[in-house]
Design a protein around this ligand. Structure first.
Ligand SMILES: [Zn+2]
Length: 395
């Protein structure tokens, strides 16, 4: 349990909730869980993608904490059986945060899960370690007056940072930039941001139709989740709008096939799509407690599978005070960029397999993000365990 933070030492439920959220965002936690147990309620935080204990409080004190959270999220305070979902806007040291709140009944009471939407601190491509050469390629791909640029990766892969960097780069004051977001996470000056969501009664499809009538130059659509959104987004990108969006896919090839699977016309994809960026965030090994180690059989196997060679010197970290015993401190992004070219377009037209596309990309000098990940492992920036967790466990 976390020694430097005592929940029982606080008097009011308001203070407990405020302090937990404030502490969580300060250490860049992505999730806050209040988990009722038999006698107490555990509080855990997800930091750099992994849960860690934060504190606990007696069951007796929890009722009021729960009420406070429901009030913050405009939820029904008297409802204690049905699941509830909401958004909470919260300010920490003058900085606005949006939390997605979900409450659900478990064995011992109502569990609360708060998700801190991607931190707003980064708005430059290179903030998460992207090489400037790659940042330049992205800028080139979003420089046209029309076309589609996609960013993909699982939740927590830094997509928001990349998209905000793109919008900031494009926000010259001479263009009309409109966004559809679920929810609007961070207010950006000079950009017309529109919130979509079930609670508002506006979805991506109707939102897109609406903003296209306002003739924007650049459109950001939060996510392409279905065929209809994909179709309108692509149509828009072919009629004088630059469209940026995200797709839930494991990698660039997966994202391209996801569009095809949604039934989007191949020729329209070929005309519209400029490039797909795929990314992950790997936790950096804490430099304070890092040490050399020998990987186990499975890790060894994975390394050889990726590189064809046995590894050299590998590091991991055992945990110290500086890294809150996690062995990690901060994160580094790894990326792959697939730019459309005639070879890829022909494979799309012919309906070729993913395997063929990978072969074509390899010929073209495409560097998969796993290559960059292995480089970080070799350089001791991250651990082999972390590489495997991030690349293979991602949903
Ligand atoms: Zn450490």
């Amino acid at each position: 349990m976390n020694d430097n933070f005592s929940l029982s030492g606080m008097s009011s439920p308001v203070e407990i909730v405020d302090q937990v959220i404030a502490q969580a965002v300060k250490i860049s936690a992505s999730d806050i869980l209040f988990e009722p147990q038999d006698k107490q309620v555990d509080v855990r935080l997800r930091v750099d993608g992994v849960l860690q204990p934060f504190g606990m409080m007696p069951q007796g004190a929890y009722d009021q904490v729960l009420s406070r959270i429901k009030v913050l999220g405009n939820m029904d305070v008297t409802e204690n059986r049905k699941p509830q979902e909401s958004k909470i806007r919260f300010e920490v040291e003058g900085h606005p945060y949006v939390l997605r709140a979900a409450i659900v009944s478990t064995n011992f009471g109502q569990m609360v899960a708060l998700r801190v939407l991607d931190a707003p601190r980064f708005t430059d491509f290179t903030d998460l370690g992207m090489l400037s050469e790659l940042a330049d390629k992205i800028k080139k791909n979003i420089s046209g007056r029309y076309g589609l640029f996609l960013v993909c990766g699982p939740t927590g892969s830094g997509k928001t940072t990349t998209v905000h960097s793109c919008l900031k780069h494009l926000n010259s004051g001479e263009v009309n930039i409109m966004t559809l977001e679920d929810p609007v996470e961070y207010i950006m000056a000079g950009i017309n941001q529109i919130q979509v969501g079930e609670d508002i009664g506006l979805d991506f499809v109707s939102g897109l139709k609406m903003i296209l009538r306002l003739n924007p130059d650049i459109v950001f659509v939060g996510e392409i989740r279905d065929a209809q959104t994909a179709e309108i987004a692509i149509q828009a990108s072919l009629t004088g709008h630059l469209v940026i969006s995200t797709v839930h896919a494991r990698n660039c090839v997966g994202a391209l096939y996801r569009l095809l699977d949604l039934g989007v016309d191949k020729f329209m994809i070929n005309y519209a799509l400029r490039a797909i960026l795929s990314q992950r965030l790997l936790r950096r090994v804490c430099t304070h407690c890092a040490e050399e180690y020998h990987p186990d059989q499975l890790e060894l196997l994975m390394y050889v599978r990726e590189t064809g060679n046995p590894p050299g010197r590998l590091v991991h970290a055992k945990g110290c005070e500086l890294c809150r015993q996690t062995g990690y401190n901060g994160r580094a992004g790894i990326y792959e960029l697939m730019e459309m070219n005639d070879g890829i377009r022909k494979l799309v037209t012919d309906g070729d397999s993913e395997v063929k596309l990978r072969e074509e990309l390899a010929k073209d000098g495409f560097k998969p993000m796993t290559t960059e990940g292995i480089r970080l492992v070799d350089e001791g920036v991250t651990s082999l365990k972390e590489f495997i967790r991030t690349i293979y466990d991602a949903k």
